[in-house]
Design a binder for this molecule. Structure first.
Ligand SMILES: *Cc1c(COP(=O)(O)O)cnc(C)c1O
Length: 361
């Protein structure tokens, strides 16, 4: 039985009529940028997260740059960020003029810890980007206790929850991506910045629209970075299903565990109290690429994502600072392998994947 690495179409297929109606509503209304759909989605998404404000922006990368700008981060400042993450978590720092300073991750959770962040702090550190990687929930409260403003990169963690609430409502600011492969997708690019601080929310709203409140006076040098009405209307159809999809992703992780996968490969460890809506289910094995080839030969999707961590990417030479050895990062980069995960992954598929892993190792 072939099992794809992910299947984004099946969970959306029952929603076709509703999605078409939402798109038609926008076409009939004739407003395409910063209209009623975006305002309504912002309210609904903030309520879902338990944050006071959600502000729609063009994508998850801009969301990070805008969040840092709202905090006043600029030239001369350092921003601590993990190297084991999607490239954009780091790339988004550079346009602010600040310097990325790389910190390590715990390879068992793939997340930063208070210790790995502390080891990377410099006298110029003005913020920490904490990535909830693969849907696991990074220990934001412990990192906030270091006294440095935290921005959550929650692009992979919509629907997860942790001891202090949901990713997206745990720090000063948080950022999301609604790229089609994420847990809460739209049909193109989209993103959001969330916060419970009204002043920061005000700055984010200005920054996404050229630094202006009223389209006449420009108080900041900002960005043109908006979520559009079509994407917001689509997101409003999908948001009520996020909780069910998150539950299915979490349950699929438990099913892998129950089927004995942990005897064959190292499983991702949820952080204490976390209930991850796994965005990707990423195991570890000393010969991960061989395992991937063995799975692909049996029709099972498998892929590495961050074999070359960000601090070793060509564009980062001379840009970021990686002082301490990043041992957890190197371990995770070398051994990680994503296997099938998604809201449509059922028990039969889980058993097929585990049988294929057993045959391959
Ligand atoms: C997807 C992603 C982003 C960027 O989101 P885009 O919408 O593609 O710009 C940032 N950080 C992480 C961890 C991501 O997975």
């Amino acid at each position: 039985m072939p099992v794809p690495l992910f299947d984004t179409a099946t969970p959306l297929s029952p929603l076709g009529d509703e999605l078409r109606a939402a798109v038609q509503r926008v076409l009939d209304g004739g407003r395409y940028v910063l209209g009623p759909e975006v305002a309504a989605f912002e309210r609904e998404f903030a309520d879902y997260l338990g944050a006071a404000h959600a502000i729609g922006v063009a994508n998850g990368t801009d969301a990070i740059t805008i969040a840092l700008s709202a905090l006043g981060i600029g030239p001369g400042d350092d921003v601590v960020v993990p190297s084991f993450t999607f490239y954009a978590s780091v790339e988004a720092i550079v346009p602010t003029g600040a310097r990325p300073v790389f910190c390590d991750v715990d390879p068992e959770t793939y997340c930063v810890t208070a210790d790995t962040v502390r080891a990377a702090v410099t006298p110029a550190t003005k913020a920490v980007i904490v990535v909830h990687l693969f849907g696991n929930v990074a220990p934001v409260a412990e990192i906030r206790a270091l006294g440095i403003p935290v921005v959550e990169d929650a692009a992979q963690a919509a629907g997860s929850s942790g001891p202090g609430g949901r990713p997206g409502a745990l720090a000063a600011l948080s950022t999301f991506s609604f790229f089609p492969s994420k847990n809460l997708p739209c049909f193109g690019d989209g993103g959001a910045v969330c916060t419970s601080d009204s002043e920061l929310a005000d700055r984010v709203r200005m920054l996404r629209f050229h630094g202006s409140r009223d389209k006449r006076t420009y108080e900041l040098v900002g960005f043109n970075s908006r979520l559009d009405e079509l994407q917001a209307a689509i997101l409003r159809v999908l948001l009520p299903h996020l909780e069910g999809w998150a539950e299915a992703r979490h349950a699929a992780g438990l099913a892998y565990q129950r089927a004995g996968l942990g005897e064959l490969v190292a499983l991702p460890r949820p952080t204490p109290g976390a209930r991850p809506a796994w965005h990707l289910y990423v195991v570890r094995h000393p010969r991960a690429d061989e395992l991937a080839a063995g799975l692909e030969a049996q029709g099972i999707g498998a892929s590495s994502y961050y074999r070359r961590p960000v601090h070793l990417q060509p564009a980062m030479s001379g840009v970021g600072l990686a002082e301490a050895p990043l041992e957890g990062t190197e371990e995770a980069a070398r051994t990680h392998l994503a296997i099938p995960m998604g809201a449509a992954l059922d028990g039969t598929a889980v058993d097929a994947v585990v049988a294929a892993v057993r045959a391959a190792v």
